[in-house]
Each structure stands twice: as structure tokens, then as C-alpha cells.
Design a protein around this ligand. Sequence first.
Ligand SMILES: O=P(O)(O)OC[C@H]1O[C@](O)(COP(=O)(O)O)[C@@H](O)[C@@H]1O
Ligand SMILES: [Mg+2]
Ligand SMILES: [Mg+2]
Length: 293
Amino acid sequence: MTVADPDPRTEDDPVEVVVATIARSAVEIRQGLVGRRSDADQENPSGETQVEADVWADELLADRLTSIDGVAQYASEERSEIIDCEDEAYCVAVDPLDGSSNLKSNNTMGTVFGIYDEPLPAPGSALVAAGFVLYGPITTMAYARDGTVTKYELTGGERSVVEEDVTLPDDPLVYGFGGRVPHWSDDFREYVREIESNPDHKLRYGGAMIGDVNQVLTYGGIFAYPALEDSPRGKLRLQFEGNPIAYVIESAGGRSSDGTQSILEIDPEIVHERVPLHVGNTDLIERLESALA
Ligand SMILES: O=P(O)(O)OC[C@H]1O[C@](O)(COP(=O)(O)O)[C@@H](O)[C@@H]1O
Ligand SMILES: [Mg+2]
Ligand SMILES: [Mg+2]
């Protein structure tokens, strides 16, 4: 089934217009990666060196999303300030390119988005929709709203449904854990040993959260970028990465955790704050929480 993306000039649900705009832009973003793989010689608010494509994709999405009626704010991992629009209603937070360090080696990356109905920074409980685009061998989107997740394939301007009511498979298969192993806590290391020693589990780690999370969504399992000894809040950002991914995985019947509670329950203080992120099948996340308790 192919979804006719709503025409932004006639559609009256801003959430659907935002999602359709991101779906259309993704095809262009993918094309625009060519020739934009070098460092941009500047840092993002998290202190990471940006590549040219990070800056370019952020500007493209900022332009398009802030011109949608009903969008009140645009915030991105790649800019310090939130853009305030004249409209009210929805606040959009994006990671324009997740895993952009994979560009150099031409490996998987993504675009992550969360649509909140409260001003940013907002808790995950204020999300009305969230999702991500994956730039793999083909371009796909996973989109969660109203407790269900839909997967699409994106081709020049069209969104084709490949799966509706996506749920995590019951028997977890894959695991991937970020951060340097010497910087993991002893409790986390112990938990990883337990996961690895299960003969039904196999390692899948690609260095881009979206690629790794999409494997968990497809095969079941767990992805984590945990708290580290030299970075107690981990690496990933709550507004742009943690909340949207937690929303998708929880909508698909899984769980998210910062180690003690659902990521969606965290009250944020600042827009660029980080969060230890663990997402996957419910039983694996429950086991993780008891291992870290
Ligand atoms: O290579 P590192 O530093 O361990 O980090 C890998 C993680 O960092 C990220 O690349 C952070 O996202 P950005 O590329 O959007 O900054 C994740 O996608 C990935 O899980
Ligand atoms: Mg990211
Ligand atoms: Mg990014």
C-alpha cells in the first residue's frame, strides 16, 4: 500500500504534515550526502565536530519544518538555540543525521524526530508522535503515533507501507552496546556478559544508534548506550534521540530505561541534556534494571 503524503497546503493535521515533510526531505537528504562528508570545522552544542552534512541537513529541516502551520518550535542537536515560530501547538525536535561519523566509511545512518505538544525541553510523555528514517541500502521510515508503529519504504516522494502494527519479536536475537568497554560500570559489564552468554543472542553493532535500534525493532533484542565512568549521563541526547527512540520502542511493545525508569518519564532541564539509553524487549530491560539497581 502506498500512502499519499498529505499536501501541506490542504492537510489540517500539522503532525501528519511534519511527518510527510520529513519523509519527502529524507530522499533529498540522502542525495545531498554526496560531497558533504568532510568535517565542517565547527562543533555542535554537545562539543562534537560536525560534518558538512550535519549542518546542511539541519538547515534544510529547519527551513521546511518551521514553515508548517501549527509548528511552534524547532530544535536540533546541531544548533544551540531553539527556533520559536509564531504558531502554537507542536514542537519538533530532530537529530538531522544520527551516526554521521559513519559517513566517512559509508555506513548506515538516520534522521530522528520527535513531535511534542509542550514547549521544549519537554518530557517524553509530551510526545504525540516520533520516528526515524534509516539510510540503509534503501531508505525506510519507522513512525509511531497513538500506540502503533508503521514501517515505510521511501522512494522519490512516495511512502509505501511495508508493515503496520510493528511489534518487537518475542524472542530477542540481537544486542549492541555503545561506549568504550573499560568505561562501562562493573554492573553493566556483568549484565553484558549475561546477554552474550545466551546462545540465542548475537552481536549487531554498527556505530549509528538508528541502525542498531532498527535491528532491535526488526529482530528483537537490546540496544544501549549506557552511563560511562567518564560520562555518567552517557552520550545520547534526551530530546533528539532518547525520547523519540523510547517512544517508538515502547509503542512497539518494548521498554526503554535510563537504568531505573522509562526514559519517557524523565523531566528534562535543558534541551541538549544527555541520557543513558537502554531500549529493547521488556524482559531484557527489566533484567537490566535489576542488574543496575
Ligand atoms: O562512536 P561512539 O562515540 O561510540 O558513538 C556512537 C553513537 O553516537 C552517535 O553517533 C551519536 O549520534 P550523532 O551522530 O547524531 O551525534 C549514535 O548514533 C551512536 O550510537
Ligand atoms: Mg544521533
Ligand atoms: Mg546527529
